[in-house]
Design a protein around this ligand. Structure first.
Ligand code: NI
Length: 177
């Protein structure tokens, strides 16, 4: 398995809509996930979507243990989510900082639904159905946006809160994603 190159903003492949996965528990799908997991771990990311490594399939991974690099973030279970469907629960929106491995070295404040239900499948075809809030809900929305060709800067409303991480947070060890 391998650490793959992560495409950066400006690459047209990041703007494409990903296709649903048709078959679960295949060697190809397991190989893709192994590469995604290796890549996310090597870059210390909180999540990664298949289009970020140039694969146009509806596959995302995310998860975060409590980590000093994300001091305010609650833990999110390590999750493989395939063919996701998101349903906002209510109209409440939270604003918070986000980064992305495809937009290295930058951070911006992004509005996201506070709570949502997400459904989909794991790599074996087992259904996933969770209702979540807070940072968990934010990560899911960020990663699933990659499947419809949306990068977080495209969601920013207030560009006075978008900039280079080392300028915004001098002296802090802030992760890229
Ligand atoms: Ni991202």
């Amino acid at each position: 398995m391998a650490v793959r190159e992560v495409l950066r903003m400006g690459d047209a492949r990041l703007l494409e809509k990903a296709q649903p996965v048709g078959k679960f528990d295949t060697p190809e799908l397991h190989a893709l996930l192994a590469d995604m997991q290796d890549t996310m771990a090597a870059l210390d990311g909180a999540g990664l979507a298949a289009p970020q490594i140039g694969i146009g399939l509806q596959v995302v991974i995310f998860g975060i243990e409590h980590n000093p690099r994300y001091p305010d973030a609650e833990a999110v279970p390590q999750t493989v989510l395939i063919n996701p469907a998101l349903t906002p629960l209510g109209e409440d929106v939270d604003e918070d900082w986000e980064g992305c491995l495809s937009v290295p070295g930058m951070r911006g404040v992004v509005p996201r639904f506070s709570r949502l239900r997400y459904q989909g499948f794991d790599q074996y075809g087992k259904p996933i159905d969770r209702s979540v809030g807070g940072f968990h809900a934010r990560v899911v929305q960020h990663e699933c946006d990659h499947l419809i060709g949306v990068l977080y800067p495209m969601r920013i409303l207030d560009f006075s809160r978008f900039g280079f991480t080392d300028v915004l947070f001098p002296g802090e060890d802030v992760a890229d994603d």
